[in-house]
Design a protein around this ligand. Structure first.
Ligand SMILES: [Zn+2]
Length: 134
């Protein structure tokens, strides 16, 4: 199985942010990148990403108590991935996430950009806030 590219990770994160299912994400990825990833492959990737997130949180709790309190409390940090999980360069954005979203305002805006909604509207659940300009 080929390694996941940063672009694939990014699209997966975008679609997760929009509430897509793993099956829909695999279909979208295959279409965008001419790959043949299965729903299980996407699920595994999400799971591994979450493990990386947890490992990162554990690391933070040892080295930065203030930040760990942030992660464990009501304010969640942005989980937009940078780099390839498993490499030393991999990290998460870490900025303050929007309420109910895994990403900060800037990254949610990026995740929603393809639907042409504003950053303000990106804070709402998918399906809401879609209105005609007319
Ligand atoms: Zn972010």
């Amino acid at each position: 199985m080929s390694a996941w590219s940063e672009k694939e990770d990014r699209l997966m994160a975008e679609l997760l942010c929009k509430g897509y299912s793993a099956r829909k994400i695999s279909e979208a990825l295959n279409q965008a990148f001419q790959t043949t990833r299965s729903r299980e492959s996407v699920l595994g990737r999400i799971r591994r990403s979450k493990k990386a997130i947890q490992a990162r949180k554990n690391q933070w709790s040892k080295t930065a108590p203030a930040l760990a309190a942030n992660v464990g409390g009501r304010v969640k940090s942005c989980q937009w991935p940078h780099g390839d999980p498993g490499t030393a360069a991999f990290h998460f954005c870490g900025a303050k996430a929007l309420a109910g979203k895994p990403y900060c305002e800037a990254h949610c805006a990026r995740a929603y950009r393809k639907k042409d909604v504003t950053a303000e509207e990106a804070g709402k659940p998918a399906g809401e806030g879609v209105r005609d300009a007319a």
